[in-house]
Design a protein. Sequence first.
Length: 269
Amino acid sequence: MKSILLTILLSAIVVPGAQAAVSHFDDLNLASNSYWAGTVDPSVPLYEPTLGNFSSGPATFNNQITDWGGLTSWTGWAYSNMTDTVTAGYTNQYSTSAGQAHSGANFGVAYNYNPGDAVVAFAGPVAVQGLYITNTTYTALSMLNGDGFAKQFGGAQGDDADWFKLSIFGWNGSAETGRVDFYLADYRFNDNALDYVVDSWQWVDLAALGTITRLTFAITSSDIGQFGMNTPAYFAMDDLTVTAVPLPAAFWLMASALAGWFPLSRRHV
């Protein structure tokens, strides 16, 4: 009888093996060759942002869009299935330089000019495994060729030690759990043949961030002007993978206490 009751109690608190959950953006409806970067609320006054979040898999992504009187701007997260790898400039800000999503059709696009502009949040603590990252076409072509605002990486001779870096921060509540850096372009090699601008999906391992409730991002570049960074502050993301956090040790202590309680209780039967 003791073993039966103990089994019932333990089964009530033991969590099954944690399974990976993936934010792949294909659970969001999009027409072919299109994007979503926020929806202006007509009740919000001009020049004030409309706030909007969207979710994919276990994660929630922030977005805000502002109507400037016929023109709009956005920050945070958008999602897209656009695959134009040849058109340069701001009008092609929603395409990936990889020419496709990592999986399925859709992927996320972040505009993160200021650290923390783009946020990924979770309903509860998760163990983050990693995500796939690449450049947007807009940013990749800007670095490769230069444009009206940003320089060509490497300079005219290819010898400038330029770089473009994404930093990913883990947070558990208000406590930072760590940081992982990933170079989306790197021209700092002595051998110019090793210089690169990322144009394929690359896995970024985030396991070192541990248990988190949200991710934030910072983008930095060697190309800095009078008003800040010149390189377009975008990146594309797909297949963010996390797992549920196991029950804390306190639960197992409680289970042990319950196990010890049964022999005592039998003496009073």
